[in-house]
Design a protein around this ligand. Structure first.
Ligand code: PAF
Length: 286
């Protein structure tokens, strides 16, 4: 496995792969890798001749400086994991390599068709502009046949699908296919996340109530007379009743439009919860 840190090196190796007719799978990450990321990488290795993993804590998608500073970073450990599961290249640029000063300091404009106005987008203004900025740049640089994203960040995934659909109309990303990969959970149910590294043992135990409540809510949704609104509120109340947890939002929305819905058909519940100082997200499909 080779680690490259410049766009030029990356583009050269992509060109060589393309010349040899090799297919490329891309797994964009912000590092602090766990078994959730590993599942994406394993799939990319299986599906493609070449697997490129980007490891880049993207500053433009953080609207909170403290969150950016505290985001866990450990490239040596990440490289070890990636090499052990067969990734071919790791792209790990600095922010200065990735962006010009102008790009770094201005908001990337994009028409989200409203997908950014709810949930994460509402709570973290500008977050998805940064995500689309970095992901589109990674797509240009790596020209992947397939790109892999986890369903834990469900709204991000919906936005990336929208971005690729819009762009392929203009022929930008060729035949790029976005591959949705299911959430990976600990045996306890806790959704794997790089942010879990910031939880104390006690907080990790407390955080279990999040997934437990989401799974419980599948039963509540099947009860006679259950309404989306009532289930939504019951999830919020149940999690908030646990000392140490505070729900930022829980919204049951349509899986495609991300708009509130009054039916459980094709619906997904997305939650963000503060566990102490750590902001955790999870979701469940009804
Ligand atoms: O999901 C993430 O880790 C990031 O948002 C991504 C897609 C790598 C872009 O920085």
């Amino acid at each position: 496995m080779q680690i490259v840190s410049t766009k030029k090196e990356l583009q050269d190796l992509v060109k060589a792969c393309k010349t040899e007719g090799k297919t490329i799978g891309l797994v964009p990450t912000m590092g602090a890798l766990h078994q959730g990321h590993a599942s994406l990488v394993k799939r990319a290795v299986e599906d493609n001749d070449i697997c490129i993993v980007s490891v880049f804590v993207n500053p433009t998608q953080f609207n909170n400086k403290e969150d950016l500073a505290k985001y866990p970073r450990n490239i040596e450990r990440d490289a070890q994991l990636l090499s052990s599961i067969g990734a071919h290249y790791v792209f790990a640029p600095t922010p200065e390599e990735m962006y010009s000063k102008e790009e770094m300091n201005s908001t990337f404009n994009f028409d989200f068709a409203g997908l950014d106005r709810v949930m994460e987008g509402k709570m973290r203004p500008g977050h998805f502009n940064g995500v689309v900025q970095v992901v589109s740049k990674l797509f240009y640089l790596t020209q992947p046949d397939k790109a892999y994203f986890g369903e834990k960040d469900f709204q991000q995934l919906a936005i990336i699908h929208h971005m690729v659909e819009r762009s392929s109309m203009a022929g930008t990303f060729g035949h790029l296919q976005i591959i949705d990969c299911p959430i990976v959970r600990e045996e306890s149910g806790l959704a794997l996340s790089s942010r879990n590294e910031r939880l104390s043992a006690e907080e990790k135990e407390t955080a279990l109530a999040i997934s437990k409540t989401l799974f419980e809510s599948l039963k509540w949704a099947k009860m006679e007379g259950a309404t989306v609104q009532a289930v939504q509120q019951r999830v919020i109340d149940t999690i908030n009743a646990v000392p140490g947890l505070e729900v930022e939002y829980y919204e049951i929305v349509d899986q495609t439009t991300l708009l509130t819905t009054d039916t459980f058909n094709h619906a997904i519940g997305c939650v963000t919860v503060y566990c102490g100082p750590v902001r955790l997200i999870d979701n469940i499909k009804y």
